[in-house]
Design a protein around this ligand. Sequence first.
Ligand SMILES: Cc1cc2nc3c(=O)[nH]c(=O)nc-3n(C[C@H](O)[C@H](O)[C@H](O)COP(=O)(O)OP(=O)(O)OC[C@H]3O[C@@H](n4cnc5c(N)ncnc54)[C@H](O)[C@@H]3O)c2cc1C
Length: 311
Amino acid sequence: MSSILEKLPEVRGKYTENASLGEKGWFRCGGKAEVLFKPADVGDLQHFLKNCPSDVPVQVFGALSNSIIRDGGLKGVTIRLNRSFADIKADGETVTAGALALDANVARMAAEAGIGGLEFLSGIPGTIGGALKMNAGCYGTEINDVLVEATLLDRQGNRLTVTPADLDMTYRHTNIGDDMIVVSATFKGTSEDARIVKARIEEIKTRREESQPIREKTGGSTFANPSATEIAQAGLPEGTKVWQLIDSVGGRGLTIGGAQMSEKHCNFMINTGDATAADLEALGEEIRARVLEKHGIALRWEIRRIGEANE
Ligand SMILES: Cc1cc2nc3c(=O)[nH]c(=O)nc-3n(C[C@H](O)[C@H](O)[C@H](O)COP(=O)(O)OP(=O)(O)OC[C@H]3O[C@@H](n4cnc5c(N)ncnc54)[C@H](O)[C@@H]3O)c2cc1C
């Protein structure tokens, strides 16, 4: 049987066939990558993209804290960046971070440099690449509010510098295509006393521990909050949140196989031990069907689901 590897260019980094993927993510379940590629550095990644046949699907992940990899795995090449993409540098009121830098580390470095305004990142357990793609945010601030510019590679390996205006950033949404790769991003905060910024990070930590099942195998918020228009059209009180809709259809604690909607925060889905990706997706779809039937609202998945289902 011919291997997809035969089609791929020679690289300085490493290809691994049939590599564990879903199991490395926050949900600790799901399928494998047909080929996993760890580029040696950005030049190697560009060389790969320029020379990889266009019919080979290419995708990239960060910490897999917002993704379900379906049980049948991912076709094509899945890119995992290496440590050369994790640098963080503070300069004046700006911080520039590689795509693999953890959001929490960016928040911490900013605090140490006396830069305020980026502490919301400490509440998001992913990487800068994932945060950009998802326009991640919490406690009233999102990436869009602090992003100055980002460097991306397109599928052909061309380097693009973009600003928030180019990315159509709205609530948990950007126009970054699934085959685009974030390389780095620059954020702007404001000069502040480092002790005050660090104290705010501690507050976020406490708030999260109290309200979210952060020690579980989870993917954060399963669904995005519906828009104000959708809430109004459904005749619900202004400001109704998605967790209230889930609660209203008996979703809290609802279980399918090893997947459960958390008792602590019912918009968080958890793998209680032996969930498959199919269990997680089926549970989410059950919630969507119930909310659609009761309120006429089609919930939008915030968690990315990708790959092939098992037959
Ligand atoms: C306990 C918990 C709490 C959470 N709380 C929040 C919260 O408060 N707010 C919030 O917004 N999110 C939250 N999340 C969700 C998640 O952490 C964010 O969406 C995060 O930004 C995802 O980053 P990641 O690196 O894990 O992305 P992944 O799950 O690896 O990928 C997510 C998407 O981003 C793409 N992507 C990843 N890296 C790159 C890159 N370098 N270039 C291009 N595309 C890329 C992937 O292809 C995929 O489409 C939470 C998750 C958990 C588990």
